[in-house]
Design a protein around this ligand. Sequence first.
Ligand code: ATP
Ligand code: MG
Ligand code: MG
Ligand code: MG
Length: 470
Amino acid sequence: MITSVNDIRQAFLSFFEERDHEIVPSAPLVPQNDPTLLFINAGMVPFKNVFTGADKRPYDKAVSAQKCVRAGGKHNDLDNVGYTARHHTFFEMLGNFSFGDYFKEQAIINAWTLLTEVFGLPAEKLLVTIFHTDDEAASLWKKIAGLPEERIIRIATADNFWSMGDTGPCGPCSEIFYDHGPQIPGGPPGSPEEDGDRFIEIWNLVFMQFDQQPDGERLSLPKPSIDTGMGLERIATVLQGIHNNYETDLFRALIDASVDVTGRPATGDDLIAHRVIADHLRAASFLISDGVTPSNEGRGYVLRRIMRRAMRYAHGLGAKDPLLTQLVPALVAEMGGAYPDLIRGQSLVQDTLRVEEERFADLLDRGLKLLADETQSLTPGGTLAGETAFKLYDTYGFPLDLTEDALRRAGYGLDQAGFDAAMAAQKARARASWQGSGDASAETVWFDVKADSGATDFIGYVHEEAEGVV
Ligand code: ATP
Ligand code: MG
Ligand code: MG
Ligand code: MG
């Protein structure tokens, strides 16, 4: 019987190893030689050049459990954490890859065999989406899985058509969903209620079969390829007979540690706090052990935002001493076996977290008091003035998303236009007070950076990210 997250990861790797796939260890979260991408956000990213043919490997089939972070750039799930049953900032993507070897039919056979025969999932709980024109996928799902028409849902949007960029490999994809049951709100994919947590996407199969030309024409690839991605935490949830990723054995261990240290049971609003903390602990720890340090720009800024969001929730639990740093041993106990770098980096991770937590504690305290005072005078469901949000950002180092999140939990909105105006006014003031050296363009850039970074902190990540996702 496969039960724990660690067992499920291993079962996936073994299943494909038995089918002649090379087990490739997870790449670090910081992309190697890819400045366009913030963090690795899908299992295929380390194989991008293999798919295009620019890089050759001694194998034509691979399997991996890849560390992923989606907390910035194009794929940002930060704001979902704490609110959906299925999103993390850090997660592991299980993937099998064919570089010109097997294609659509074998990919579907593999996925169906693993899910129904090895993992023992009941076929009637599974449904799939396909790209609306992909009749081949429709007939394969019928033939291989015996799925009826109504559980093969045709989708016309980009959700079911994957491309690496404006040109290059691309193709339709098919997402496999699990029905967690009618007791949970939510509708099937493509329906107006699809945003609930009843039907959860567990696995995405990408059929790379075209080569997109600069003029828009799609040529057929001579050797089509396969790229798949399954969220380990989501399949573990299904296999453990529960309905929320945060109830898996791995997350329970982290949340138990957080409950132990804070003395606050994981119920009601505190449950959300413990979940956010557990999630952000993973993201922050893996980022630090992969070489990211908190800073005011780029990757380090994203790390800082994640840490500060967790710290706000820790503060809400009444934690007086730095909390995250104390939870690292529980994380290492759960994940150090699969990721030995985490064991090697443990003291660095703990030190980095502690320093950041100590540094932010005081500002957080004062900023949250200000926010509480200001929201007190609002009517229920009211909107916080953009000026105030800007002051929190400028004086207390509160990233805007942290303020938004605090407001959202209390049922308030934010005057985004007012915030933008306050930011613009600050930039204008800074410019006006500067006597200047005559190089107007350089100064404009400098002031924008200074204003964006605020008196204490912060420059956002201003970068268009390349697509790097299954
Ligand atoms: P969703 O629609 O649920 O946000 P997605 O379509 O964005 O998922 P993909 O890019 O297809 O996800 O990634 C492949 C798989 O990785 C998904 O099928 C899912 O199992 C998992 N996954 C994606 N995003 C997350 C996340 N933020 N946390 C946990 N697992 C995730
Ligand atoms: Mg998504
Ligand atoms: Mg999806
Ligand atoms: Mg998907």
